[in-house]
Design a protein around this ligand. Structure first.
Ligand SMILES: Nc1ncnc2c1ncn2[C@@H]1O[C@H](COP(=O)(O)OP(=O)(O)OP(=O)(O)O)[C@@H](O)[C@H]1O
Ligand SMILES: [Mg+2]
Length: 254
């Protein structure tokens, strides 16, 4: 697989806070690349720089052979990089259908042929499990469906690279499993996915490779197996508790 996205020396300061520091990583075409790390580690800030909603303080972001660091988000999305937000941001006064339509008409890489927009929107609503919800105001959706709508709006832009920021946050295990299965289907269909997540079971079962951030810096990168055995990652993020059901917790109650 070839590199689709490469990040070199990416840094972002907010006043005196270094949110992302000298970050380097490469994402291969067609993989699910997980990004994990404690709260405040800089995961969302990194996404925001790639998606164009934050300008890097310094550093390079290359998509294919093009430097896109500092590009505004509307230019980035037209190139085929689209994000979902950690906290869903639908147009609450519009219907679910209209929200997807906006993504398709104004965010898309290409304008679908006249007459096919409705079919394409229905296809996306069906894929994301929102069939039957199209006429509902987006502001009235329960959490699970708001997350689905985030995904649907992003898919409406026909992305090459999809940035998913805690798309399963706040969902129950069944809803999480449904979304993960959608991400795998998208990956198998050729979309490259960067996936920020705190649910370790979800990450380990879904990602092809994982990068760990801590205090804005890369702590480790590797396959799920490599990450779960990395002493530095266990110490800084995963703690001494066992996880993934591999063994009983080390810390026992007295
Ligand atoms: N717009 C902003 N202005 C000032 N500081 C910010 C801003 N956005 C993020 N930060 C700070 O940058 C650091 C990284 O935040 P970021 O949201 O990227 O972390 P995160 O890894 O996504 O965390 P979480 O897992 O809680 O979502 C934090 O210290 C945060 O307070
Ligand atoms: Mg975040």
């Amino acid at each position: 697989m070839t590199d689709l996205l490469s990040v070199e020396g990416l840094t972002r300061h907010f006043g005196g806070i270094a949110a992302v520091v000298n970050l380097h990583f490469r994402v291969k075409e067609g993989e699910i690349f997980g990004i994990i790390g404690p709260n405040g580690a800089g995961k969302t800030t990194a996404f925001s720089m790639i998606a164009g909603s934050l300008v890097p303080t310094v550093g390079s972001i290359r998509f294919r052979d093009r430097e896109i660091g500092g590009w505004p988000s509307q230019r980035v999305v037209h190139l085929g990089i689209c994000r979902t937000h950690q906290i869903p941001r639908p147009f609450t006064g519009m219907t679910v259908y209209e929200n997807v339509e906006v993504g398709m008409r104004y965010g898309g890489r290409r304008t679908p042929p006249r007459g096919s927009i409705a079919d394409e929107i229905e296809r996306i609503l069906e894929f994301t499990g929102l069939s039957g919800w199209g006429a509902r105001p987006a502001g009235s959706l329960p959490t699970g469906n708001r997350k689905r709508l985030e995904l649907a709006r992003a898919l409406a832009t026909d992305p090459v690279v999809l940035l998913c920021d805690e798309i399963c946050g706040g969902l129950n295990p069944t809803e999480t499993a449904d979304i993960l299965s959608l991400l795998r289907r998208l990956r198998d269909g050729g979309i490259t996915i960067l996936y920020i997540e705190h649910d370790m079971r979800a990450v380990m079962r879904t990602c092809d490779r994982i990068m760990v951030l801590n205090y804005g810096e890369k702590l480790a990168e590797g396959t799920p197996e490599e990450i779960q055995d990395d002493e530095g990652v266990i110490e800084a993020y995963l703690g001494r508790r066992s996880w993934m059901g591999r063994a009983e917790p080390i810390e026992e109650r007295p």
